[in-house]
Write a protein that binds this ligand. Structure first.
Ligand code: MEV
Length: 333
């Protein structure tokens, strides 16, 4: 058996604008998906994703993508689109592992545990895909480098998300740390220890719909195209602040970024409530992270005040600190 884990991420800056070629800075966080893979003697695939849960999310299925006889139909308490995505990600990751090792008939038992909320803007699917490809490839006695792995994981996300994926989540999950993404170019960048606090509203946004909404807005209104460009400018400022390790400037730019994302229509009442709770508690800055519509916010606060304030915010079902993860993909076994 081979076991790999990979981290989730937050966007410090640049989600949505990255889709239009602007730079973005995702940062890996210390919340992981852990995937165990064991080769089977037949060509079938069984996936146990029972632990893809967090307060109200459960994805539970015994998949049989090779047989597809429908006997193992899933039991779920999440949107069907999320379940299909979850199974699609694992199937895609196994396809990539088969391709990388030239073993199209390899069968596997796959078990997934994750402490990253599903579909909430923390890169849960990328972490699962990166860890699954790595564990399956190692189970077959081969290894692939982080860039190849990140590219294969991106292809899986691209397919499952109907072409609405950037390389940010998968690269960041594979390499860890802070990353600069611009188009197809992804590079690790230096970052100080950032005191991230995450607030989670217990819901998820539909990335495809939200990305489509921004595209429509850009086609209808000139301001929306200028807004994505403004986010790009802000990211370039943010890179300078990162280099200078100026947390106050980073916080201020996060606030601006949230405002611009709100103008693009991707915030939500719950996200705004958490952002304001964080700011009122003295956070240096706060913004939504990921596609928006629901899910998570990220704030910067060295003290415990933001976690405490989010704990008393009705719209927040969980608040936690998340260290920057410097490691990325990890072979556990
Ligand atoms: C979703 O986590 C972030 C978006 O920028 C889409 C993407 O980059 O794939 C909205």
């Amino acid at each position: 058996m081979a076991v790999s884990s990979a981290p989730g991420k937050v966007y410090l800056f640049g989600e949505h604008a990255v889709v239009y070629g602007e730079p973005a800075v995702p940062c890996a966080i210390e919340r992981r998906a852990t995937v165990s893979v064991e080769e089977r003697s037949d060509d079938r695939l069984r996936v146990d994703a029972r632990d893809l849960t967090l307060d109200g999310f459960t994805v539970e299925y015994g998949g049989d993508s090779a047989g597809g006889d429908g006997e193992n139909s899933p039991e779920v308490s999440v949107r069907q689109s999320l379940l299909e995505a979850a199974t699609g990600y694992v199937d895609g990751a196994i396809g990539q592992a088969r391709d990388a090792t030239d073993t199209p008939d390899a069968g596997f038992d796959v078990a997934i545990e994750s402490d990253i909320p599903l579909g909430a803007g923390l890169g849960s699917s990328a972490a699962v895909v990166v860890a699954t490809i790595d564990a399956a490839v190692r189970e077959l006695g081969t290894e692939i480098g982080p860039r190849d792995l990140a590219e294969r994981a991106y292809e899986v996300e691209y397919d499952v998300q109907d072409g609405q994926a950037s390389r940010a989540d998968t690269f960041c999950s594979a390499t860890g740390g802070a990353v600069r993404v611009e188009g197809s170019r992804c590079n690790p960048i230096a970052a100080p220890n950032l005191p991230f606090v995450i607030g989670y509203d217990g819901t998820s946004g539909d990335t495809g719909e939200l990305v489509g909404g921004v595209r429509e807005l850009r086609e209808t209104y000139g301001f929306a195209a200028s807004t994505t460009e403004a986010i790009g400018d802000l990211v370039r400022e943010g890179e300078r602040a990162l280099e200078a390790e100026d947390l106050n400037a980073l916080g201020e730019l996060m606030d601006f970024d949230h405002g611009l994302l709100s103008a693009l229509g991707v915030s939500a009442r719950s996200l705004d409530a958490m952002v304001w709770a964080a700011r009122d508690a003295g956070a240096l800055g706060a913004k939504l992270t990921g596609a928006g519509g629901g899910g998570c916010i990220v704030a910067l606060d060295e003290s415990d005040e933001t976690v405490r304030a989010l704990g008393h915010t009705p719209q927040c079902i969980e608040a936690f600190r998340a260290e920057l993860d410097a490691e990325g993909l990890r072979a556990e076994e």
